[in-house]
Ligand binder design. Structure first.
Ligand SMILES: CC(C)(COP(=O)(O)OP(=O)(O)OC[C@H]1O[C@@H](n2cnc3c(N)ncnc32)[C@H](O)[C@@H]1OP(=O)(O)O)[C@@H](O)C(=O)NCCC(=O)NCCS
Length: 182
């Protein structure tokens, strides 16, 4: 390969970036259109009917607990944390956790979720819930919610309603339906 060829950026260069420049930073309001486009590509229009989407709809994510992954100025993944309620208790709903397909299986999803969980714990939050696959989320400390303990306000496979307890005893105190924060 000639030197001239080597210095011309190509699609394959863009798909195999130097991940030394990978960083995580808190979500900004200006990132939301990017996340919307990423979620459209990954989840399609069916996302609007999902129960988790309905809980988040119209409610701002907690910008101190939500993070994006970037390579330079290119955003390549995101995780949001949105407040929800269970009775009087304040919980957090994790997700959507999404990584651009070309950047998957490099630990970015796990890093984004762990960063959010650490920030939530440090901020004093007790319980985080999500709707997702246990085989992915068990490594992050999530467990299936016991049947009948908490419920979402819409159809969800019970095996996919997961929780992580950030402060001891906080999950035991919960019972009932999860609802929108406002
Ligand atoms: C799930 C997702 C965020 C993971 O991002 P990522 O940066 O690839 O995550 P990590 O690098 O931390 O982990 C990748 C590993 O998790 C595995 N994995 C991904 N999704 C999984 C799932 N649903 N169940 C079990 N394992 C899964 C991958 O196969 C990969 O395994 P490998 O390391 O043996 O190759 C990404 O695959 C994605 O955006 N998926 C589509 C959106 C989605 O389903 N989000 C979760 C629901 S909110």
């Amino acid at each position: 390969m000639s030197d001239a060829h080597k210095t011309s950026p190509s699609i394959s260069d863009l798909q195999t970036p130097d991940l030394q420049s990978l960083g995580l930073r808190p979500l900004r309001a200006s990132d939301l259109p990017f996340i919307e486009r990423l979620d459209e590509r990954v989840f399609g229009p069916g996302r609007f009917t999902r129960t988790a989407y309905r809980l988040r709809e119209g409610i701002a994510p907690d910008f101190n607990l939500s993070f994006v992954a970037h390579v330079g100025t290119l955003l390549i993944g995101a995780n949001m944390m949105t407040p929800v309620k269970c009775g009087d208790a304040d919980l957090l709903l994790l997700g959507p956790l999404t990584v651009e397909p070309a950047f998957r299986s490099r630990g970015i999803g796990e890093a984004l979720a762990l960063k959010s969980l650490e920030a939530a714990r440090n901020a004093g939050h007790g319980v985080v819930i999500l709707v997702g696959d246990l085989p992915y989320y068990d490594r992050l400390g999530f467990k299936p919610a016991p049947m009948g303990k908490i419920a979402l306000p819409g159809p969800v496979d019970p095996a996919r309603l997961l929780y992580a307890e950030l402060q001891p005893g906080t999950f035991a105190a919960l019972k009932g339906k999860i609802g929108r924060a406002f």
